[in-house]
Design a protein around this ligand. Structure first.
Ligand code: B12
Ligand code: SF4
Length: 489
């Protein structure tokens, strides 16, 4: 997302499974298929894993579902059920096809839903990041699975479903590469999701670019969208933003502008393109947040342009404040805790919040290092800090390496939320390590830290509500963990 790696990705391989069949073109459509499409009912589901995040960072809809809705031909009738918004799933609905997306954290729930629909005789298609890298596992739960990006294969899938000839696997490698970004159809998404208007404290997702040319070992992107870095057509993007405002935004006294969450994997890969994008956003009169690379934040002109274009906060992958850990992540030559301090402070002066993302690695970081990190975020009033235990997500280079060495200790996908230790640790007993992690994370949201954060940072209300939501979420996780492991406070 913002790993800021300098190595170029060599390969884009969205599916670890070799194609089970040749080119899946289905250009000839029978008459029956055309007629069927008129009444074809599609249900698209975003499942919510048992340990999925409860933070208020959750944008208004899941991007995979948003894209699928937008690329579905207009004659199909679509309904969305998103469990992150407590939408109820109607297992008895008259659906012709049920499509379910998956991230690793939601995969077990996706399979549970798929199994229930299949028991009711409904056809189920599974897709998304997790399924793309675990096709064998997923195939047991679906009539059909999709590996890789859907943009260039979805119409074939729908034709095949309408013509009753759905194949067990559709692999994006069998279709032309996705070189363009599909514009989001906000009107149709609103209709299918029945999501109402929101104020400026909740975010509307959008993206300007997709892909990233770098190769961080803990990130899925190099093996998924990878090198195919694409940018939206500026006019098309402006239109989408205007429509999204009309459809989803309601002005309030506290927030006169809508908040967009830029879901780009890496918005800034070079300064010229980045400045062009910021210029465009400036003309849209919105607020937004974005994943961002540390190196651009050292440039005061870029920071100024971010602020002028409505950027409220950037999420930066600091990864660690310990130099030897930064070196292990291949970032030691460019980053240091001193530099982080300076950049956080300069951005704050310029009116920009920096949300810091920190990785905790049992092989690199000690309990004392966790204490140092808590002190660092407190002293520097880091806005909405995120602590994550290093997690080898399927699809990453790290996952391949850990699997090869036999270092993954837990394949319960529900635990892949970066708050659980799922890898072997040579130095720590897992329960003690995780308890120390959760209590440190909770301390980063102590009342004292929250008060200082709100006082010192720009956008005080945003700082307050996000801090309270994070505190509550982490407190619940810590309480549950202590209860489950009989740990007394
Ligand atoms: C934006 C973003 C977020 C946003 C979510 C925005 C949203 N509403 O969707 C926020 C900040 C909330 C977020 C949170 C988290 N994220 Co995140 N996030 C991203 C990011 C940068 C972009 C995701 C995106 O918008 N993609 C655009 C959509 C269109 O792509 P897509 O989902 O892959 O869908 C395409 C295909 O997969 C396919 N497809 C998908 N589903 C289906 C279904 C069917 C039926 C079909 C046919 C096709 C299909 O078609 C789509 C179009 O081509 C990715 C990076 C990445 N490479 O994806 C990380 C990423 C998805 N996140 C990741 C993680 C780990 C998390 C968290 C767990 C972090 C945490 N500890 O809390 C949480 C989980 C919350 C959750 N349930 O998603 C990992 C997931 C790894 C994995 N194997 O699952 C990624 C890949 C980053 C990484 N480390 O590599 N994230
Ligand atoms: S998107 Fe992934 S590969 Fe690209 S810089 Fe961010 S973390 Fe690294």
């Amino acid at each position: 997302m913002n790993g800021n790696s300098s190595k170029q990705s060599q390969a884009t391989n969205p599916c670890s499974l070799k194609p089970a069949f040749g080119l899946t073109t289905n250009l000839i459509m029978g008459r029956t298929a055309r007629q069927d499409k008129k009444t074809f009912k599609l249900l698209l589901i975003a499942p919510k894993g048992k340990k999925d995040s409860k933070s208020n960072q959750q944008p208004l809809f899941n991007m995979a579902i948003g894209v699928l809705v937008s690329i579905t031909p207009p004659e199909y009738d679509i309904e969305i059920a998103d469990e992150h918004f407590n939408d109820q799933i109607n297992y008895d609905g008259e659906y012709d096809l049920v499509g379910i997306t998956s991230r690793t954290i939601d995969a077990s729930r996706a399979y549970e839903i798929a199994d229930l629909f299949r028991q009711k005789g409904k056809r189920v298609i599974l897709g998304g990041l997790h399924v793309s890298f675990n096709p064998d596992e997923a195939q047991a739960h679906a009539n059909s699975i999709v590996c890789g990006e859907a943009e260039n294969l979805w119409s074939t899938v729908l034709d095949d479903a309408a013509g009753n000839r759905l194949k067990p696997l559709y692999n994006s490698l069998d279709f032309p590469p996705v070189t363009k970004i599909a514009p989001l159809d906000y009107v149709r998404i609103a209709k299918a999701s029945k999501r109402g208007k929101i104020d400026g404290t909740k975010s509307i997702p959008i993206y300007i670019t997709r892909g990233c040319p770098f190769e961080c070992s803990f990130c899925v992107t190099p093996n998924f969208t990878g090198k195919l870095y694409r940018t939206q057509d500026p006019e098309e993007l402006k239109k989408q933003i205007e429509t999204a405002k009309e459809v989803f935004f309601k002005k309030t006294r506290r927030a006169s502008k809508p908040w967009f969450m830029l879901c780009d994997e890496n918005l800034g890969i070079n300064k010229k393109k980045l400045w062009e994008a910021l210029e465009l956003l400036k003309g849209c009169n919105i607020n937004y947040s974005v994943f961002f690379s540390m190196n651009f934040l050292e440039d005061p002109e870029t920071v100024k342009r971010l602020v002028d274009s409505g950027c409220l906060m950037v999420l930066v992958g600091f990864e660690s404040i310990k130099q030897s850990s930064l070196e292990a992540y291949n970032k030691g030559h460019v980053n240091s805790a001193e530099k982080f301090k300076r950049v956080i402070d300069e951005c704050r002066q310029a009116g920009l919040n920096i949300q810091g993302n920190f990785l905790i690695n049992p092989d690199l970081d000690s309990f004392k290092d966790m204490d140092d990190l808590v002190q660092f975020v407190g002293r520097n009033n880091v806005f909405m800090p995120i602590f994550q235990i290093i997690t080898p997500y399927p699809g990453t280079k790290m996952y391949q390496e850990y699997t090869k060495k036999g270092l993954i200790t837990d394949y319960d996908w529900d635990k892949y939320n970066a708050s659980n230790l799922v890898i072997h640790s040579a130095s720590y007993e897992p329960v003690a390590f995780q308890h120390k992690f959760l209590s440190s994370y909770y301390k980063a949201y102590s009342w004292k830290n929250i008060v200082n954060r709100v006082r010192k940072n720009p956008y005080k209300f945003l700082n307050l509500i996000t801090s309270l939501a994070f505190r509550k979420n982490i407190e619940e996780q810590l309480d549950t963990f202590e209860r489950n492991h009989n740990i007394r406070k």
